[in-house]
Design a protein around this ligand. Structure first.
Ligand code: SF4
Length: 322
């Protein structure tokens, strides 16, 4: 029997961002340079496939430093999402050798929060409670210095100590549109609120959301390859749904596709969150190719040129002068 036809529209850019790429490289280079084990505090990036691959190479994942034997000389890597200040302080007190894989764009938010605090401002953090990046950003400052605002309703209800001494920062992986509404609410209520010089929502989050907005109105269903813990992947599903594709869903692996959700679909959008490797996108497309006669077209360009420096300990030595 002939297979039904399916047009797949691949959103670009999609998948790995520079911060995720750097974090994975840090663990891989640490394994090469120092040998196994390399301890990693928290999932280095929110993708089980990536974490399992690194585990097979000798990475040991822990949630807290006290799970690491005190006698070890093995390196400890902090994840791309960033850590509260207490974590490097504890590592130093225990004489641990640590490598910080915090994405430089998350570090930028930490620096902003510290600067506002030093200048006497109360800080509003727009983000999602419990997300590891939010825990890391709030943990840059003493308790009470940062108030978390998650919704427009929170922004309406927030009462600052002094509206003239107020600033906001945001999580890097939020929905651009939702955040805009929250920011507008804060600015209407507190016109003097200090804002980031440059948007805190990162380039990768913004670019992937824009690509999805372009494709979503034109497809019957949209797959976001990514994990439920990945904030930017979950936001992509919401963005697609709001942009006109109610049948948008997360898919972690091809083996987990719920085929009943694709009945009657003749045009499918596919994208991937910033922590999902392209190999998982290929796997999903191959799974569709087994059931459908597929044609694949790209929407947008994959080109992103941002690359972040590695920590000094892992940089290749400079070539000797000729
Ligand atoms: S999603 Fe953005 S902030 Fe997060 S690791 Fe990637 S580039 Fe950095």
């Amino acid at each position: 029997m002939a297979k039904p036809k399916l047009d797949i529209v691949l959103c670009a850019p999609r998948g790995f961002c520079a911060g995720v790429d750097r974090a994975i490289q840090i663990v891989e280079l640490a394994l090469e340079k120092y040998g196994a084990p390399v301890y990693v505090r928290h999932a280095i990036v929110h993708n089980k496939y990536v974490v399992d691959g690194l585990r097979r190479k000798g990475a040991v994942f822990v949630e807290e430093l006290d799970e690491i034997p005190e006698s070890t000389t093995a390196p400890v890597v902090f994840s791309a999402h960033g850590v509260p200040k207490a974590v490097p302080a504890e590592a130093k007190a225990k004489n641990m050798f640590f490598l910080d894989a915090t994405c430089p764009l998350v570090s930028k938010v930490h620096i902003e929060a510290n600067r506002h605090f030093a200048e006497g401002r109360e800080i509003v953090l727009i983000g999602h409670a419990g997300h590891v990046e939010v825990i890391g950003t709030m943990g840059q400052l003493p308790p009470g210095a940062v108030t978390l605002v998650q919704t427009v309703a929170d922004a309406e209800a927030f009462t600052p100590r002094d509206p003239a001494q107020l600033a906001f920062v945001t999580q890097t992986t939020l929905s651009v549109d939702d955040t805009h509404e929250i920011v507008e609410t804060l600015r209407r209520r507190f016109p003097a609120i200090a804002m980031p010089h440059k948007e805190d929502i990162c380039y990768a989050t913004t670019n992937r959301q824009e690509a999805v907005k372009r494709v979503a109105p034109d497809v019957d269903a949209m797959i976001v390859v990514g994990a439920p813990e990945s904030s930017n992947s979950v936001r992509l599903v919401e963005v697609a749904q709001r942009a006109g594709c109610p049948r948008a869903m997360l898919v972690e692996r091809a083996s987990l596709i719920d085929w009943s959700k694709f009945e009657g679909v003749s045009r499918l959008g596919v994208t991937a969150g910033a922590s999902a490797p392209e190999t998982l996108v290929d796997e999903v497309i191959e799974a569709f190719a087994e059931r459908y006669e597929i044609s694949v077209t790209a929407s947008g360009q994959q080109r992103e040129t941002i690359v972040f420096n590695l920590p000094r300990d892992l940089r290749a030595p400079a070539a000797p002068a000729a």
